[in-house]
Design a binder for this molecule. Sequence first.
Ligand code: PA5
Length: 444
Amino acid sequence: MTDIKVELGHVKGFLTENQLNTYKEKVASTFKTIYSRTGAGNDFLGWVNLPSSITPAFIKDVKAKAEELRKKSEVFVVVGIGGSYLGARAVIEALSNHFAQLVDTGSPKIIYAGHNMSEDYMADLIKLLDKKDYSMTVISKSGTTTEPAVAFRILKNHIEKKYGKEEARTRIVAITDKAKGALKVLSDSEGYKTYVVPDDVGGRYSVLTPVGLLPIAVAGVDIEKLVAGAQLMEKYCVDNQNDSNEAAKYAVARQALYHAGKTNEILVNYEPRLCYFSEWWKQLYGESEGKDGKGIFPASVTFTTDLHSMGQYIQEGLRNLMETVISVENPANEVRIPTDDANLDQMNYIAGRRLNEVNQTAEKATILAHVDGGVPNIRIAVPTIDANVLGQLIYFFEMGCALSGYMLEVNPFNQPGVEAYKKNMFALLGKPGYEELREKLDKR
Ligand code: PA5
């Protein structure tokens, strides 16, 4: 069984039985499309049995490399963008101390590069790395993505000057395609330790490959538990290819709501440590479904923080919204609200109670208010946030996305749209081969 429970009590008032049944009826055949590998994008289904194909020997190798890097690094830089960055950050931030950058956690500080083109960001990073012992991983499946390639060029230069070429090469791990691509050629010629991103796993489905597992292990997270959680969910899905499967319930609800006019989905958390999990989810669903003029627009908020900003719009704005709440039942710690004799803030009525009780009450109150305001609510309940549950959640959302994408009749595994800006940028930067496009763009 899975620890994840999807509750649809606050969806039903927005849909007829018929509307839900239209998508429920598609579940069994959609699972079949995935498992028989007969759908669009079937050459990118490596994620389906990825967790169960991870061997103890592979985990041991990743952990050993991570330990070696941990020992000699105050800081570990993860160079990558999109699917080559968000999964690692999602898990690391979800499982780290909220103030990990300021307290001694016994692990290197994990920082990120190659996910933007900001000169000031890079300048600050270089100044920091001048003073810190560090190592890094460069992650790029294609090996040709501009942002990480530029960042790595700068940081390779820096690390070689700081430590000398010999030592620098022991501090760099490259994670890329097994055969093709500039990064593979460079890594082989420089003698970097490399890990492979499997051909049949797309960037946004790659968190359980070395793309995510190495940085996550360097951060001190138990990757065995993470993988075990994903394996549990993989098996659960194989054993439950029907409309009571939790991932299928999620896919059915969001597709039915989308076709009833709820075109935007807001992923809500009440735990700020899940903020980057939402960023990972946005890429997964946005890139998988947003094509052919269709798709649910994925957005995210952290409550109660954003109730004081986006709350107004969600309550009363354009009624094209649905919300999906990741509801965490048990926090890892306990903090109670103290009594105050003066009671000037009038908070004594909740004195003695745990903060989590107030947080969960805020969740209940908000769900009811938003449902009353016309926003249907899908609630995804998890007992706690730990490595095992996160592994389950990762696979749950991946399967939910594949089911949902196929129900929408798109290819959930390609991303042709992300090329458009790249072509323009290459042309405008003067990359050889893009002269004709440059001329056209310059005229505009
Ligand atoms: O999902 C995707 O394919 C993208 O977000 C890529 O992960 C991103 O563009 C990085 O690509 P690469 O790993 O080839 O550098």
